[in-house]
Ligand binder design. Structure first.
Ligand code: CO
Length: 174
């Protein structure tokens, strides 16, 4: 089921999401719905709070080169992370980011180049991932959501002010 996306500046985006304790059918439904919602909106990542669920759950679509006639976002290529914790990070890299909660806005953001992350999969099994490219950026962006932060908070004061002004106008226009 496609769920409604929470759009900035909705206050829910500021919530610190809670740790998942139960790895049950409700969690699996949430993950499946998040996948459907992410695909429907052509996103590459989604945190549970972006569909209004205050839990430390995120998904990221791992990009692949799709063959003709194949889906370019197959479900088996979707990384599902529950209660993720960054245990190592270093380096710095700038990437252009976007967010389904701030549609149409793309800005360069600097983050760690490399991260090592521990998390649980949908069945509660511990996993580790190490990355220094697309995934590293996406994981940091989504973990920020779990901590009540959105990527535009990382912009300079001037850029942020410009964004807020333009966003207000955009919301007014509908
Ligand atoms: Co986002």
């Amino acid at each position: 089921m496609i769920r409604e996306i929470v759009v900035y500046p909705d206050k829910r985006l500021k919530l610190i999401s809670k740790e998942v304790k139960l790895f049950n059918g409700a969690l699996h439904d949430l993950l499946d719905d998040m996948y459907e919602t992410m695909c429907a909106k052509n996103g590459v990542g989604l945190a549970a709070i972006q569909v209004g669920v205050e839990q430390r759950v995120l998904i990221i679509n791992v990009p692949i080169e799709a063959k003709e006639g194949e889906a370019d976002q197959p479900k088996e290529n979707t990384l599902e992370m529950i209660n993720p914790v960054i245990i190592e990070q270093d380096g710095a890299e700038k990437y252009q980011e976007g967010c389904l909660s701030i549609p149409g806005v793309y800005e360069d953001v600097e983050r760690s180049k490399h991260v090592k992350v521990e998390y649980l999969d949908r069945d509660g099994n511990p996993q580790t991932i190490d990355d220094d490219a697309f995934l590293a950026v996406a994981i940091q962006h989504e973990i920020d959501h779990l901590n009540g932060k959105v990527f535009i908070e990382k912009l300079s004061y001037i850029k942020r002010k410009k964004f807020e002004k333009e966003w207000k106008r955009k919301l007014k226009e509908g």
